[in-house]
Design a protein around this ligand. Sequence first.
Ligand code: SF4
Length: 111
Amino acid sequence: MTYVNTAKCVGEVYAACQQVCPQDAIHFVRAIPAGYPSEGQPWMAIDPARCNDCGKCAPACPIGSVVEGANADSLWAQINANLGPVFQGQRATPRGTGEAPRRPDNTLLSR
Ligand code: SF4
């Protein structure tokens, strides 16, 4: 099993997940490559080969973009698996987790 970052993160990139990951398993995708959904948009990829399922990233995300298990979002699980290794070592500049989402279809989770 692994944790999966979903499409909610596209264009948001709070990057709180990357701050808490003890495995350096989450990488900044500055622009999603051609051939994938949301091509050209920024996003974060979780490399399932590095993730140890600690679960710290999911509650760290202020919009609930990270889900548990590949079956929770099989399309984006595959995208994480494909792009995670490609963008290994890329760090995002974190946004404040209280900052309003950029997309109207995302909402801040109450904590
Ligand atoms: S579950 Fe833990 S190891 Fe896996 S990506 Fe999230 S924070 Fe990193």
